[in-house]
Design a protein. Structure first.
Length: 292
């Protein structure tokens, strides 16, 4: 296997496996022979996964914001694997809330953090005993947005920044047990999250006060389309899944894995620029028509 290693356990839990990165990870791991428990929100997503995977892959209904749902998922996995433990948990479930921070409903911001931050911690806490048993790994799906804040998706960036910090803290805290913790940082990816975000942003914007439309009405449509276009033309979810599996199987996993040209450009160039210059470049990109 060279610089690769097969975990002592071969069971992996993937959250947010209904679509995008989570689904790609679940299916690729299934093909590699891992036993996958794929967290989904709806029964119809379970059926769809079963149609594309082997009989070994097990979809489980998992709402990472619901304590009872998490407990049920842990019980299902524990019953299935006994004392062998987990090889890894891949924390991928997430949403993207978009809109001007000045007018975004606080409940929407709270929901963003509840799903993309608190939910990730809750799932990790719940599965850590099994990870210790299996000498497993924790792989968090982050984003370039967790290294460089982006306007009009401020809550999403805030959540991803939080996951960067929590990944670092958890990595140091779990070092005595040799539980590796890595974060995968893609740029824009071709997943439904950006189209969903565009729809949510449209709904939110339509319900904003009149002064919001007056103040941001000329810029928001272009920003929404730029983000949507970036998502449609971004890195395929399958490529992110391949890198995630590399983090799972590497003998010496990195702490961070940057995925995609946009993410590499962002971390190598934009992150090093003076704040105001970076701000200007990002705003120029956002307000420029995708066709230009």
């Amino acid at each position: 296997m060279g610089n690769r290693r097969i975990p002592l356990a071969n069971t992996i839990v993937v959250t947010g496996a209904s679509s995008g990165i989570g689904k790609a990870c679940a299916l690729q791991l299934d093909k590699l022979g891992f036993r996958v428990f794929a967290g989904v929100r709806r029964e119809m997503d379970s059926d769809a996964l079963r149609c594309e995977a082997s009989a070994t892959l097990t979809p489980i209904l998992l709402d990472i914001t619901d304590a009872a749902s998490i407990t049920s998922a842990v019980d299902i996995v524990t019953t299935a694997i006994g004392e062998i433990g987990l090889a890894a948990i891949i924390n991928n479930a997430g949403i993207a809330v978009a809109g001007p921070l000045e007018f975004l409903p606080i409940d929407e911001i709270r929901k963003q953090l509840e799903v993309n931050v608190i939910g990730q911690i809750a799932v990790t806490q719940a599965f850590l005993p099994l990870l210790r048993q299996g000498q497993g790994r924790i792989i968090n799906i982050g984003s370039l947005g967790g290294r460089i804040a982006m306007p009009f998706i401020g809550p999403y960036s805030a959540a991803k920044f939080a996951m960067e910090a929590l990944t670092d803290a958890l990595r140091m805290e779990l070092r005595p047990w040799h539980i590796h913790v890595s974060i995968v940082e893609p740029g824009f990816i071709t997943t439904p999250i950006w189209e969903k975000s565009k729809e949510v942003a449209g709904t939110i914007f339509n319900n904003l006060p009149h002064q919001a439309e007056h103040m941001y009405g000329t810029i928001i449509p272009g920003v929404r389309e730029t983000y949507s276009h970036a998502g449609r033309t971004g890195t395929p979810a399958e490529e992110v899944a391949k890198v995630t599996i590399r983090a799972l199987t590497a003998a010496r996993p990195k702490t961070r894995y940057i995925v995609g040209r946009g993410a590499r450009l962002g971390t190598s160039v934009l992150e090093r620029l003076p704040d105001k210059l970076r701000d200007a470049l990002i705003i120029r990109w956002l307000t420029k028509s995708p066709a230009q």
